[in-house]
Ligand binder design. Structure first.
Ligand SMILES: CC(C)(COP(=O)(O)OP(=O)(O)OC[C@H]1O[C@@H](n2cnc3c(N)ncnc32)[C@H](O)[C@@H]1OP(=O)(O)O)[C@@H](O)C(=O)NCCC(=O)NCCS
Length: 164
């Protein structure tokens, strides 16, 4: 898909182990929440279909990774559900506002629903992270809870969720 007036194209595909060093680099550039190689690798091994990367003209510029959990619905708190959990998503600064995160997340939601059979999806986001909160609202997520002091520096998180 063409994403800008220079004719750059974006392709969303499943990550492979060879992508992990670049994914870790993007994670470190974009987010304060960083993980070990073995954490990324374990998510890739366990939930490969929703570990996606975005390539622009052949370079990986963004990723999303998810896992599947069983638990109480975040939306009605009454029923047990198979829940998709968006663990991390990021796009390199030079490639933002071109729809890359929207493409990554839309594809991940589709696979969580159709292949991992999740009926709901949720995530945590810093209450100050306006760009990400806007992205999630645009994709149909609603704020269902505030987790006080969720982050290591003490910032609160919104828990956001939507049906699939
Ligand atoms: C949040 C992030 C992933 C968005 O990536 P992106 O590829 O720029 O997002 P998109 O281009 O798909 O944007 C989709 C919508 O999100 C919202 N949005 C994205 N960036 C925004 C910004 N800086 N300010 C306001 N709204 C924003 C807009 O509604 C946008 O739609 P629009 O461009 O038509 O107005 C990116 O900014 C990022 O990597 N941030 C750092 C990492 C991070 O915060 N990850 C989320 C952790 S929970």
């Amino acid at each position: 898909m063409v994403i800008d007036d220079k004719g750059q194209t974006v392709q969303i595909r499943q990550a492979s182990p060879a992508d992990l060093p670049r994914v870790m680099m993007i994670n470190r550039i974009c987010l304060p929440e960083n993980y070990t190689y073995s954490f990324f690798d374990s998510i890739l091994q366990s939930y490969p279909k929703t570990f996606l990367v975005a390539e622009v003209n052949g370079d990986v510029v963004g990723y999303v990774m998810c896992r599947v959990e069983h638990g109480l619905s975040k939306l009605d708190r009454l029923s047990m559900k198979r829940l998709g959990h968006i663990i991390s998503i990021a796009v390199l600064p030079d490639y933002r506002r071109m729809g890359v995160a929207t493409m990554l997340l839309s594809k991940a939601l589709e696979i969580l629903r159709d292949e991992y059979k999740c009926s709901e999806v949720f995530l945590e986001v810093r209450v100050s992270n306006y760009p990400a909160i806007s992205l999630y609202h645009k994709l149909g997520f609603e704020i269902v809870k505030i987790s006080k002091g969720y982050y290591i520096d003490g910032e609160d998180a919104y828990v956001m969720a939507r049906k699939l």
